[in-house]
Every structure is written in C-alpha cells, then in structure tokens.
Write a protein that binds this ligand. Sequence first.
Ligand code: AMP
Length: 398
Amino acid sequence: MKILVINCGSSSLKYQLIDMENDSVLAKGLCERIGIDGSKLTQKSDEKGEYVIDQPMPNHDVAVSRVLSALQDATYGVIKSTDEISAVGHRVLHGGQKYSASVVVDDELKKFVKDSFDLGPLHMPANLIGIEACQAAMPNVPHVAVFDTAFHQTMPPKAYLYAIPREYYEKYGVRRYGFHGTSHSFVSKRAYEVGNLDPDNSKVIVCHLGNGASVSAVVNGKCVDTSMGLTPLEGLIMGTRSGDIDPAVVEFVANKEGLTLSEMLNVLNKKSGVYGMSGGISSDFRDLEAAMNEGNQLAKDTLEAFAYRVAKYIGAYTAAMNGVDGICFTAGLGENDKNMRKLIVSYLGYLGAEIDDEANAIRGKEVVISTPSSKVKLMVIPTNEELAIAQETLALIK
Ligand code: AMP
C-alpha cells in the first residue's frame, strides 16, 4: 500500500510517497515559490533520480497537479496511475483543543481549520488549500489530517494553563498546545526499543533540536509537558525564534524602535534566536560553530546559551516527572551535532548522565550514546515525521 504525505506551507508544498510494505520512500519532493515568480518542483527518488520542473505554479491546485504528474512521469515517475495511492496524509499545524488524534478529513475538520486561521496565520490557510486541492485531484481516496499539536493534548491543566485571566482561556482557548507532536510521538516510541525501556513504566525527555526546537516530557507514552506554547514561539532558543523572554520586552523595544505589535512579533519569530543573538551571523548552527572555531565570541556565547536553555528544560522536566529514564536527541542539530549534545549533557552530571564519546560520534542511525554505567539512557533517534504521518494515516484507514 502506498501513502502520499503532504505538508503545505504558505508558498511551499513538501511531499513523500511511502510504500507501507517496508516503510520505504518511493519519491519525495518540494514545490517552492508557489504563487511567486520562479516556481520550481524538485523530486528525488533513489531509483529514478532527480527531476526538476521549472514551470509557474500560481496556486496550490496547480502544485498538486504537478506533484501527481511528476509521480507518474514516464521517465522519473514511480507510479503508473494515481489509483496506486491508497490514502493521503496531510500535516495540519493546529488541532486546537478539539483534536487530540488524527482524523479522516470531513466537513467538520475543514470548518475547524477555516475557523482557526488565527491559531496559525501562515500554516492553517495553506493546510486547508492543500487538503482541498488534493481532494479535488483524488476524490476517491481517504484523506487524513495529522496534527502537530495532537500528541501534546494529554498534558494536564497545570502544564497547559497560562497564569493570565481565565476568560482568555475560556473565550479564546489561549493555553499551551505544543508542536512537533508527530516527531515527539515517533521518537518517544522508538526510545522504548532503542533504550530498552519499559513503555508502561518510563519517563522520557525528547529534545527536538532543529531550526525549530522543542522539548517534551513523556510518561508511559503520554506527553505531560512541552516547551512550545499557543504558537511555536515559546520555549527553547531556535534558529530565528526567541523562545522564552520577558513579555515586557515587547512593549519596551516597540516603543524604542517605533515598531507595531505585529512588527515586534515578526522580530521575535524571524530575526531572533541564534541568528539575532549572534548579531546576525547565521540561523544555521554549522555556520555558528565555524565562526566559534575561528574565535568569534558572539557565536560561542550564542551556542552556550542554546545548550544552557535545553539543559534547563531537561532539569525542569526531570522535576515534573520526578525522574527520567531516557533523554533523546533528534532533528537536524540533535541528530548531527555531537559537540552540542556533549555540551548539553555536561549540565546533567547531577542525574548521573555520562556520555560515551565514541558512540556520540556515530551518525545517521538510532544509537545509545551513554556509557553502560550512566544512570540515564542518552539516545540519538533520527526523527521521521513523514513516516509517522503515513503510519497514522494507515492506522485510521485500516
Ligand atoms: P531541521 O529543522 O530539523 O531540518 O534542522 C535544521 C538545522 O539543523 C540546520 O539549520 C542546522 O543548524 C542544523 N544542522 C544540520 N546538520 C548539522 C550538523 N552537521 N552540525 C550542526 N548543525 C546541523
């Protein structure tokens, strides 16, 4: 059975066609600059190689039809007909308080997404357009919505309520939701096998460290806390997002710089994080490490602040769970940067956490990176959000 996974951004569409017999990726691709000059589709397949289409994509409907043509292309395609696609899994940013699990797309789901644009002004409209475009192109297959927030819906009120007037929660649903849910769910489940933990008696912390970054605390498979909030802006320092700051900074800087509220939020989302903190060196951790190795003090301070914030969240979540059995590192930075992992673990001596330098240097696979005598299992577990979406989709249509 083949499942198509679709992830729509405001001007992009990422996709993967996955063969569920062996979890292999038949083809994956990216449509860029949808609705902007210079649209481009790039598809990659191990078997058929790279296929690039440089043709205008004025909207997501056209992008979806290009994706389906590319998948069926006589030379570069991997299927003969869309009849081979059994279902489509759509990544949806926000399920609000309504959706704590994936659902088959119906009118109620589409109405929810439409009514919830303000929960994700960039992603939610694109998610809806993607769903409707795919439904129009493939009306006879089930479409499933998989939410970034759903895994975190098991958090108790003490973790998700903000200390602001209650009416904002009651009237507008202002609370912590958390994001990267498919990744936290996928990685925490893999941790049981990789770390040889008992799924029914386990306390796991997942550190999803990429351009966007978040931490979650998972007890016996259920999320009890996570660092992102109403939006993905809260929590860790990220590529360009500030993470936690004193909210009073917003008014203070806005007054000094003559910025509006939405301009300030743009600064916190797009010009802050390691990019802003380093004085604009880069949002990419590889560039920051290169700068640090050339003696740049700002880059060093920034990387230390990033690790320090992650370590503080690990400490907080260990307290929240009254212990921790496994700590997992995942996503671009978490999977690839042994120096960052080592720096973070250097704060965890009080937990009896010991890193094994040789294991920590292994790349690209699931691996325990703690020593046999470490009191907590440290693991690197590559995330696979597309496979997780495909698995959720399969589970719902079976
Ligand atoms: P993601 O959002 O999960 O795709 O992660 C992307 C980020 O991971 C990039 O912006 C890099 O900063 C970081 N990254 C990827 N590979 C490495 C590496 N080898 N060393 C350090 N950082 C890396």
